[in-house]
Design a protein around this ligand. Structure first.
Ligand code: URA
Length: 266
């Protein structure tokens, strides 16, 4: 399934949900997505003055006003994108290993694409690799990872049954929060992984994972304890295990959240 148009539609719908008006798709790698957001699907209209209006901000008069259903007339804009051709999680990981789409590649020792079975029912999404993850190339293997393993055990899941990954696949320096352009560059990998996995549920741990998957700026507190959707897949939001290590008061709400996730799997 390498339908770039479906992907573009998804991005555009997400941008619309975000309240973006007009649609803006900034800072995506290679500019493909940006083009998808701004290029007219119909025969070209007179070119607007590009110097004063970035292409992505020009609402094209022939674009349908609502719904953002988008089918370019000729060919698939993204058919040359190797990520959309990646037919397995391993193939995605191989592309990640060679990725230089953002500055995080400069300081990494290993990429951390994520790991778990291809038929996992649950996908756990964290923020980004930490030190131990960067050293090993494996997600959630440091202290936060140990707590994650316990959290999963509390809902009768072994770590090996779950696909565990992060929003960004390379360690941000000093474990800082990934920046917007880093997330934007890396996000297609996560989206492709989720497309391939087709899980029953996604557990977004921490604000970065939640806000990225749900394309919102709402706080974690406002997002947790309910069921959201990403491309039709239920998303549960809860605290990041590293946050739990700092603040044990969040353990009880975290159990409540992961129990919701558990119910979605059964
Ligand atoms: N924190 C994360 O968000 N991800 C990891 O893989 C490890 C720690």
């Amino acid at each position: 399934m390498s339908d770039g148009r479906a992907l573009a539609r998804e991005f555009l719908e997400q941008q619309k949900l975000l309240g973006g008006n007009p649609v803006i798709l900034p800072a995506l790698p290679g500019g493909e997505m940006r083009d998808a957001g701004g290029v007219a699907p119909q025969p070209p209209a007179p070119a607007p003055p590009a110097a004063t209006h970035p292409a992505s901000r020009i609402p094209h008069p022939r674009l349908p006003p609502a719904g953002l259903s988008y089918d370019p007339p000729g060919g698939d804009l993204f058919s040359a994108d190797p990520l959309q051709q990646a037919a397995s999680l391993d193939a995605v990981a191989t592309l990640v290993a060679a990725c230089t789409k953002c500055r995080l590649c400069e300081g990494r020792r290993h990429t951390v694409p994520g790991e778990g079975p291809g038929d996992a029912r649950l996908v756990v999404v964290g923020e980004g690799p930490g030190r131990v993850e960067d050293e090993t190339g494996r997600p959630f293997v440091g202290q936060a990872g140990e707590l994650l393993t316990k959290i999963l055990a509390a809902i009768q899941l072994r770590r090996e049954q779950v696909f565990i990954c992060n929003v960004v696949k390379c360690r941000p320096p000093e474990n800082r929060v990934p920046q917007y352009d880093e997330i934007a560059a890396c996000l297609p990998y996560l989206f492709r992984q989720i497309d391939l996995l087709k899980p029953r549920a996604i557990l977004a741990m921490g604000g970065t994972a939640a806000q990225t998957l749900l394309n919102t700026k709402q706080s974690l507190g406002a997002l947790r304890n309910q069921i959201h959707r990403f491309r039709g897949i239920p998303v549960i939001v809860t605290y990041h295990p590293a946050a739990l290590l700092r603040n044990p008061n969040w353990k009880k709400p975290t159990w409540d959240d992961v129990r919701i996730a558990r119910r979605l799997l059964d």
